[in-house]
Design a protein around this ligand. Structure first.
Ligand code: G3H
Ligand code: PYR
Length: 203
C-alpha cells in the first residue's frame, strides 16, 4: 500500500493549479510527502498532474466517485485513490489500473462489503460525526484485521489519539492546508502547521 509510512494524508481543495507547486513544497518542507487532491474543483486534475510529477511526493486523488474519474486521475498520475464511500465500479477500475484504493465506509455493513472486495485499509468518513475513535475501536472488535484512515474533524486536538490506535493506519484532514491557505498562497502557515502535525503523530 503506497500510503505505508505516511501517517498524515492532507485532503486538499485546489482552486488554481498554479498554487500546487507551492503547496507541495510547503507540505514537504513540513515533513508531509503525500496529499489527496480532491476532485471538487475544475483545477483538480491539472493540479494532480503537477503534484504527481514531483519526485519523492505521493500524489493521490480524492472525491473519486466513478470509474471515469478513476481513468482521469490515473492518467494524471494519481498513485492512490480515495472515495467518500464504497463503490464497486471505482474499486474495480482501480484494480484494473493497479492503483491503491481507499474507499470510505461508515457502517459495519460497508466494512463487510469492503472485505468481500478484498480491501482492509478503509477510510472512516465522516469520522467525527460517526463517533470518532470510539466508533473505530468498536468496529475493530468484529474486524480486527481492518485498519482505518479517519477523515472529517481530525485536528491537532485529536490526531495523536487517533494515530495511537492500532486500528488506525493514518489520519487525514484539511487542517494543515485549508482551501483558504492554499488560495492565499500562505505557504509559511502550511509548512508550520504541517511540521506541528508531524510532531503530533510521531512517537
Ligand atoms: O475528506 C474529508 C474532508 O474533506 C476532510 O475533512 P476536514 O475538513 O474535517 O479535515
Ligand atoms: C471525503 C472523501 O473521502 C473524499 O472526498 O474523497
Amino acid at each position: 500500500m503506497i500510503l505505508e509510512g505516511h501517517p498524515i494524508v492532507p485532503v486538499v481543495v485546489v482552486d488554481d493549479a498554479a498554487q500546487v507547486a507551492g503547496l507541495v513544497d510547503a507540505l514537504a518542507a513540513g515533513g508531509i510527502r503525500c496529499a489527496e487532491i480532491t476532485l471538487r474543483t475544475p483545477a483538480a486534475v491539472a493540479a494532480l498532474r503537477i503534484a504527481g510529477a514531483v519526485g519523492g511526493f505521493v500524489a493521490g486523488a480524492g472525491t473519486v466517485l466513478t470509474a471515469d474519474d478513476v481513468d482521469r486521475v490515473v492518467d494524471a498520475g494519481a498513485r492512490f485513490v480515495v472515495s467518500p464511500g464504497l463503490d464497486d465500479d471505482v474499486v474495480a477500475r482501480c484494480r484494473h489500473h493497479g492503483v491503491d484504493v481507499v474507499p470510505g465506509v461508515a457502517t459495519a455493513t460497508e466494512v463487510q462489503r469492503a472485505l468481500r472486495l478484498g480491501l482492509d485499509r478503509l477510510k472512516f468518513f465522516p469520522a467525527a460525526q460517526l463517533g470518532a475513535l470510539a466508533a473505530i475501536e468498536a468496529l475493530s472488535g468484529p474486524f480486527p484485521g481492518v485498519r482505518f484512515l479517519p477523515s472529517g474533524g481530525v485536528s491537532p486536538e485529536n490526531a495523536a489519539a487517533y494515530i495511537a490506535s492500532p486500528s488506525v493506519f493514518a489520519v487525514s484532514g484539511s487542517w494543515m492546508a485549508t482551501r483558504a491557505m492554499i488560495r492565499d498562497g500562505d505557504v509559511a502557515t502550511i509548512e508550520r502547521v504541517s511540521r506541528e502535525a508531524v510532531a503530533l503523530v510521531t512517537p
